[in-house]
Design a protein around this ligand. Structure first.
Ligand SMILES: O=C(O)CCC(=O)C(=O)O
Length: 269
């Protein structure tokens, strides 16, 4: 099946963000996209000062639009928004199916709290609460869902890998950690013999948080990669994994007697 990744130029104008999503998802569907990935916080500028203003209930305005667009174009649609629920805010990735149905919500498990002196300090936990479950869904293959910083936690990818062929991470790395780690972390999934797709917002040099861009799809090799401007990239998800997993059978060669990565709770999916 064809995966499309929309690297949206996100602005502070929510209505404009949503109407662009409608247009670009339609374009992706016209190119054969069956699963379409949108960036992290695609309806809002990325930053702790914006989350409460742009946050919505699910269902709400943005997810209603996602549901309609998934149904109109008969595809799976994945992307994160700031969510408000019970007085708390979450960074939540909603997944809609081709009938417009909400398949799952993944709330970012690992909040992005870092402090690199002189470069970047960011504390998502000042405003957001973390999710507490792992999330997978079934389409043409089984898909594991994480959001941005979740990608740094290899244990999550390893757990997903046992049952998934594709991992998706809406993300927004920055001008410090983007060049250092964005592609490397995705390619590290080579260890897991899994496709990995990331969707970033396009770069906006005037934004308070400047996204790195470079949405990417890898299967160990980079098979599709955007620049930093608004664009859609496509990747055909093929038989490759079954072949590689048979040729280099690391999943059956693990030394379970020596080490283990275990989920404490399975969560959804
Ligand atoms: O891990 C990083 O370097 C960036 C993470 C990030 O931007 C996020 O989690 O939103």
């Amino acid at each position: 099946f064809r995966l499309a990744v929309v690297q949206l130029q996100v602005s502070s104008d929510k209505a404009n963000n949503l109407s662009k999503v409608r247009r670009l998802v339609k374009e992706a569907a016209g190119q054969g996209g069956k699963v379409v990935l949108l960036p992290e916080c695609f309806n809002s500028p990325y930053g702790t000062s914006f989350f409460s203003k742009y946050a919505e209930k699910i269902p709400g305005e943005t997810t209603q639009m996602l549901s309609e667009v998934a149904k109109e174009n008969k595809l799976h649609l994945v992307g994160s928004i700031p969510e408000e629920d019970g007085g708390k805010l979450y960074n939540t990735c909603a997944v809609f199916g081709p009938e417009g149905e909400l398949i799952l919500k993944h709330r970012k498990i690992h909040l992005f709290d870092i402090d690199v002196p002189g470069k970047i300090r960011f504390q998502e936990s000042e405003t957001l609460s973390p999710g507490n479950s792992l999330s997978t869904f079934d389409t043409f293959c089984r898909v594991g869902v994480g959001i941005c910083y979740d990608m740094r936690f290899a244990e999550l990818a390893q757990l997903y890998n046992r049952k998934c062929q594709l991992l998706v991470y809406p993300g927004a790395f920055n001008m410090t950690t983007g060049p250092a780690h964005w592609e490397l972390l995705q390619r590290a999934a080579l260890d897991n013999q899994t496709y990995v797709a990331t969707a970033s917002p396009a770069r906006d040099e005037a934004a308070s948080y400047v996204a790195w861009g470079h949405s990417t799809v890898v299967n160990g090799e980079v098979i599709a990669k955007a620049g930093h401007e608004e664009s859609i990239i496509y990747a055909d998800i093929l038989q490759y994994l079954a072949d590689v997993r048979q040729q280099i059978p690391i999943s059956s060669q693990r030394r379970d007697d020596l080490y283990a990565v275990t989920a404490v709770q399975q969560g959804s999916g």
